[in-house]
Each structure stands twice: as C-alpha cells, then as structure tokens.
Design a binder for this molecule. Structure first.
Ligand code: AMP
Length: 194
C-alpha cells in the first residue's frame, strides 16, 4: 500500500515483560514519528502502550489516544498526546481505533491485546474491512498463538485463507516494509455493519 497515514498499535498495558519488548515499543514509536505516520493507540500512559506513545511524541509524531471513560483513571490516561479521545464504552473505543487507522500492528500484550487483535482479524475475515494487520513476533512471543491458528485450520474450523489476513514479521524494522509491500485495500470499509 502507499504509506499508511495512521497505524493503530495494539500492545500490553503492562511493561513488566522482557526488556526487549520495551525496546521494540520505543523503536516502533520512533519509527512511526520519523515516517510521518500517525500513531493511534489505547490512550493509556502505562505499559508498552505508554512507551510507544512517549517515543512517538518525543520523535515529533502525531499521536491519538482513544480511551473509555471508566479506564481513564485505571490506565492513567496519557496526558501528553496530540489528541486524547474519551469515549463512553470499550466497544466505541475499539471502533474508533479501527476507523482512525489505515493499518494495525500487534506487539506483545495480554488478554486485551488478544481481544483487539482477534476482533480486527475476524472483521477482516467477514470482509468488513481490508486493512493490513502485522503481527510482530518478537522472540517468538506469538508462536503459540500462530500454532493455535494452524490448529484451527488443520481441524477445519478456519479456512487456509485465514492465513492471508495477517502478516508476521520478526522485528520492528520489518513492520513498515511489510506495510509498504501489502496491496492497497480491495474493499471499502463497511463500518455501518460493525
Ligand atoms: P492487555 O494486553 O490486557 O494489557 O490490554 C491491552 C489493551 O487492551 C488495554 O488498553 C486494555 O484496556 C485493553 N483491554 C483490556 N481488556 C479488554 C477487553 N476485554 N476488551 C477489549 N480491550 C481490552
């Protein structure tokens, strides 16, 4: 695709994982800023998400955080972003993150990251959108998940074409080239059906 205008990053709200994950989050934020690509994220200042946002802001990038009212305090809404959108519900947060982004990048995270990733994958499977999704498999973090996807295909619960819904890259440096190499969306968004 031509360079995305905005990239949504899904990642953990914890920063207690391996240091390499924090380094990667920092590098991704910096690269997005350097490339003039807006960062869209969950709006918290904690965890990997806070690190990506801080790095993008420090690099002079545009950063949009989207956080539901009830999480504003729990996740400690990020005060130093270009725009912090406070929405009433988790569903509206995910929809707003989707609408404002041309592509999605998945870093290590927990259940919330899994939920967000699978929602965007299943929306693509249902042909509700055709935006690229890049899973960054840092140090093999997502291998068990990718194996589980293979199992769903082997047992005929998913079609082999499910594999075409996402790209897997080993590190941050491969993210922007993967996005550049992905074809432009062949479908408009059917956001009214979300
Ligand atoms: P986690 O990967 O669990 O640290 O969560 C990462 C992000 O996902 C955070 O911004 C959370 O607010 C969000 N999140 C957590 N739980 C959920 C959920 N059940 N549905 C959607 N998003 C969630």
């Amino acid at each position: 695709m031509v360079k995305p205008r905005s990239v949504c990053v899904y990642c953990g709200s914890s920063d207690r994982g391996p240091p390499a994950h924090r380094d990667a989050a920092r590098r991704l934020g910096g690269l997005l800023a350097e490339s003039g690509i807006e960062l869209v994220f969950g709006g918290g200042r904690v965890g990997l998400m806070g690190i990506v946002a801080d790095a993008a802001m420090a690099g002079g990038g545009r950063v949009t955080g989207i956080i539901p009212d009830h999480l504003l305090r729990a996740e400690v809404g990020h005060a130093r972003v270009s725009e912090l959108l406070v929405v009433p519900t988790m569903h509206e947060r995910k929809e707003a993150m989707f609408r404002r982004s041309d592509a999605f990048v998945v870093l290590p995270g927990g259940a919330g990251t899994l939920d967000e990733t699978f929602e965007i994958l299943t929306w693509r499977q249902l042909r509700l959108h055709d935006k690229p999704i890049v899973i960054v498999d840092l140090g093999g973090y997502w291998r068990p998940l990718l194996d589980l996807i293979e199992r769903t295909i082997e047992t005929n619960y998913a079609r082999p074409a499910f594999r075409d819904l996402y790209m897997v890259v080993p590190d941050i440096d491969a993210v922007l080239p993967a996005l550049a190499a992905s074809p432009p969306p062949a479908l408009p968004d059917f956001t009214e059906k979300l």
